[in-house]
Design a protein around this ligand. Structure first.
Ligand code: SF4
Length: 401
């Protein structure tokens, strides 16, 4: 079969919801015409979401400490223990930031931090239960498998015990953080002290079995090959297959319309400033956009695909809406980790909604589990709070207006 004919056959199958192999995904990534690739990915999005709704979220990333023993080479955020620039926020400060976020319409916080040598399961139990006690309706979508591995090691308990305890303390959902690149070669090159990709997935699989769903991410642009990018999504698709086969569903989802532990996939591009990973290049916007489209076709068992406008910019975010994306993620009331490495893009609620309307879609505010909280069918229904915009610093939001 001629290559072009083969590509068209794969695109048609993927657009219809059929499964494509890793080799076929690689061929699409490297050789499919951009327009055809985008159209096939968009067909998947239209079939899944015929109402034309694109969702967004209001949340705040709150970092409790930048002290970390894992020293990932790509990370510009962490400081080693005993470094004079290391800090840990007291509980009162974390609560204050949660309260500010709620005042601005946030429904979720992402509590995220370094691997502090003293922070075991007990610290996270106190952190989550304190936030839940103060703000019972605020969803705690936080920490990734790396933090869970770290806390279980510090406390000398199993991953399952650590998960059950932090879930009991108030953790609602696990962030897809720390995935970076899951295949062994690129992962060792950028994060030699981090758990393996297999271990990262194993922790996710245990969480899914315990009724805690999560997101999955990928950081591209640190020198990985195209084959390794595809291998990354092959690894997470296999784990999702297992969750679907076992009927795993988030404990908070009452109707079983979506089964599987991963709710969404969020690829983003590595930011190269202020870290120890010399000589690496960022993925180009074209590479990113092509990967978004391939992901929508390949991850046939994922409900949602999110564009990362924070690292690629609003123009790329807007383009991604025609490549299978159904969600623009969060307005990011506060973000420090990726912005430490050079992400400069900011947005506000009005801009985010305009991006969605420009793509001829209907914006809707969602919660962590993708339930629609407010559908803005006409511009008259758009929210207008000008205070809701991105901050890329730890400066108090309301004091910084
Ligand atoms: S990415 Fe996370 S685990 Fe790695 S050094 Fe930074 S804070 Fe630590």
């Amino acid at each position: 079969m001629a290559v072009n004919q083969h590509i068209n056959e794969i695109l048609a199958r993927g657009a219809d919801g059929g499964r494509i192999t890793p080799d076929e995904a690689l061929l699409l990534y490297t050789d499919a015409p951009f327009a055809s690739l985008g159209a096939a990915a968009d067909a998947v999005r239209r079939r899944r979401y015929p109402d034309g709704i694109v969702t967004y979220l209001i949340d705040r990333n709150i970092n409790y400490t930048n002290v970390c023993v894992t020293a990932c080479k790509f990370c510009a955020f962490y400081r080693a223990p005993n470094n004079a620039e290391g800090w840990s926020h007291p509980m009162e400060e974390i609560l204050r930031r949660c309260g500010e976020a709620i005042e601005l319409g946030a429904t979720q916080v992402m509590l995220q931090g370094g691997h502090h040598p003293d922070y075991g399961v007990e610290y996270y139990e106190e952190l989550f239960s304190t936030v839940k006690q103060a703000y019972p309706d605020l969803v705690i979508h936080s920490i990734g498998p790396s933090e869970i591995v770290h806390m279980s090691t510090v406390s000398g308990v199993s991953i399952e015990d650590a998960l059950l305890r932090i879930k009991g303390a108030g953790l609602d959902s696990i962030a897809g953080a720390g995935a970076e690149m899951l295949p062994e070669r690129p992962r060792k090159a950028i994060a030699p002290l981090k758990e393996s990709g297999e271990r990262w997935l194993e922790v996710m699989a245990i969480a899914h079995r315990l009724g805690l769903s999560s997101t999955a991410t990928m950081m591209m642009g640190t020198g990985e090959t195209n084959e390794e990018r595809i291998e990354h999504i092959r690894m997470i698709r296999d784990v999702q297959d297992m969750a679907v086969a076992n009927g795993y569903v988030d404990d908070a989802i009452e109707t079983r319309h979506e089964v599987g532990g991963f709710r969404s996939f969020i690829p983003w591009t590595y930011q190269p400033e202020n870290n120890h990973l010399k000589g690496s290049t960022q993925a180009t916007v074209e590479e990113y956009l092509r990967f978004v489209a391939v992901s929508r076709l390949f991850l046939d068992n994922f409900a949602h695909l999110q564009a990362s406008w924070l690292t690629t910019g609003k123009k790329a975010g807007r383009t991604a809406l025609n490549l299978g994306v159904d969600d623009l993620g969060s307005i990011m009331l506060e973000e420090n980790v990726i912005s430490s490495a050079g992400a400069r893009h900011r947005s506000n609620l009005q801009e985010l909604i305009s991006m969605i309307r420009d793509a001829d879609r209907i914006p809707a505010k969602r919660d962590t589990l993708y339930r629609h909280l407010a559908v803005h069918r006409t511009p008259d229904e758009d929210p207008t709070d000008e205070r809701v915009h991105s901050h890329v610093s730890t400066i108090a939001i309301l004091d910084n207006k």
